[in-house]
Design a protein around this ligand. Sequence first.
Ligand SMILES: NC(=O)c1ccc[n+]([C@@H]2O[C@H](COP(=O)([O-])OP(=O)(O)OC[C@H]3O[C@@H](n4cnc5c(N)ncnc54)[C@H](OP(=O)(O)O)[C@@H]3O)[C@@H](O)[C@H]2O)c1
Length: 292
Amino acid sequence: MKVAITGAAGLFGRGLVQVFSGRHEVYPLTREDADITVAEQVQAAFKKIRPDVVIHPAGIPDLDVCEAEPAKAYLVNVHGTRHVAEAARGVGAGVAYISTDAVFDGKKTSPYLETDPTNPPTVYGRTKVRAEKLVQGLPRHWIFRVSVLFGPGKTNIIERALRNIMTGKEFDVASDQLGLATYTLDAGLKIKEIIKKAQCGVYHLGNQEQCTRLDLVRQAAKLAGLDSKRIMGKPADQMGRRAVRLKYSVMELGALKSAGIPLPRPWQEALAEYVPTLLALLRLKAHEGAHS
Ligand SMILES: NC(=O)c1ccc[n+]([C@@H]2O[C@H](COP(=O)([O-])OP(=O)(O)OC[C@H]3O[C@@H](n4cnc5c(N)ncnc54)[C@H](OP(=O)(O)O)[C@@H]3O)[C@@H](O)[C@H]2O)c1
């Protein structure tokens, strides 16, 4: 199968390229290959590749950037996705769109189902809802809602936390946002499985067991043998951020269960796999920095 992956230089894009390579013919697309805000560039890329499936994580994932620059957020996240969907339709490709738990309102106290109404309080969330709807207009589509990504290839919350405390600094992180965490390589494997055998539709996707961001980075620090007391938990609304944060965005992995697909392992196990390689990389960089 020919698989084109947008946002291939991004955190999830890199994980997806890694997971899909080998068994599939993978075409990583960076901004230089095709700027998704320019319809002709996306069409030209897809006409050349003629993919069977396009996986589309490209976008602006930063809630505060989206809140500060709504026009840019709509241009990239909504119109960019429209261009990807239309170009995919033109070559008969299915689209797997990477969405987010931020489509919800955060007011529930039990896990969000795929069928629950969306009602995001942020610009980012509203752009992702609009983009989901555009992709749902395609005959072959999958929507994967992920949350709090971590994994190899690009900086992420775990990498930032460990880098800070390794250099003697403290790291502030929200203590009151309960949700799922998503190891990019685990999520990539599930996407591969679903595209192969499960029906189109909306899928919640993350590692099992809920956690706060504080739980996640404290556990990473412990696994790394670093001083987890340097990780400072704070209420999200005291962190000086522009966009509101959801206090509760745990997602039920209902569609995965219904499709009979084994659920991703708990986040603690994924973290235990990821942290040693990250730590080795950070130590190497610190060593190179000290000798340059
Ligand atoms: N990160 C999270 O915790 C999280 C949580 C839930 C959902 N998500 C969703 O997951 C997806 C991937 O997130 P991520 O963390 O991997 O983001 P990321 O690391 O910022 O990657 C996004 C990629 O999109 C590319 N991009 C941005 N504008 C573009 C344009 N106009 N044309 C072509 N490419 C463009 C970026 O290219 P450059 O490298 O050139 O900037 C970047 O490589 C996003 O759709 C996000 O909404 C992320």
